[in-house]
Design a protein around this ligand. Structure first.
Ligand code: FMN
Length: 183
């Protein structure tokens, strides 16, 4: 049905991002026929944006950009997992997003945020970014509130809103509905 990528938006030593992503994946019952792939920006290890041309031109010069573009192009939709730094998404996630354009275009994106008030301010920022990329930002969110108090050492999450399976089900609906725009 659809191939989804879940992108971990923090590379900080001691990050809570991986625990939250693992928790989300553990709760998710993936609709039959669909696939989900973990994209960890820590492994991708992109530099600060170093392409001479704007991503919208699609003229990537660097091997790391071409490789990242090939990976991201494979998906029909995305889940961006973001912390909130200074009421904004993580710089590492925004940097990765900025490397590409056409690979994101005409695809839906769902948001998982964690922070005070579930990183709601960072998510609203990403809604605006995704809209400029001509993506479809989903209304269905998953928020983890105050992760410093509500994510245990073992990775259990004790205060959250939203529901991973419902969110991904809606993401797949949009991924299928937008397929004709991408052909
Ligand atoms: C630079 C920086 C700025 C932060 N600003 C906020 C903020 O504006 N709102 C918030 O709820 N938490 C803020 N925090 C706390 C983070 O929510 C918390 O450190 C969280 O664990 C970060 O995610 P990570 O561990 O996956 O990187 C900030 C943390 C850092 C490092």
């Amino acid at each position: 049905m659809a191939h989804i990528q879940i992108i971990i938006g923090s590379t900080r030593p001691g990050r809570v991002a991986k625990k939250i992503t693992d928790w989300y994946m553990g709760k998710l019952e993936l609709p039959a026929g669909s696939t989900i792939e973990l994209v960890d920006l820590q492994d991708i290890n992109l530099p600060f944006l170093d392409e001479a041309m704007p991503a919208s031109m699609g003229q990537y010069q660097n091997e790391h950009t071409k490789k990242f573009a090939e990976l991201i192009a494979k998906a029909d939709g995305y889940i961006w997992v973001t912390p909130e730094y200074n009421h904004a998404p993580s710089p590492v996630l925004l940097n990765a997003i900025s490397f590409l354009k056409n690979e994101w275009q005409y695809k839906p994106v769902a948001f998982v945020g964690y922070g005070a008030v579930g990183a709601a301010r960072a998510i609203e920022h990403l809604v605006s970014v995704s809209s400029e990329l001509q993506m479809v930002p989903l209304r269905e969110r998953v928020w983890v509130n105050e992760p410093w108090a509500n994510v245990t050492e073992a990775g259990e999450v004790t205060d959250f809103r939203g529901e991973p399976t419902g969110q991904v089900t809606e993401l797949i609906r949009w991924a299928n509905a937008t397929k004709s725009l991408r052909s």
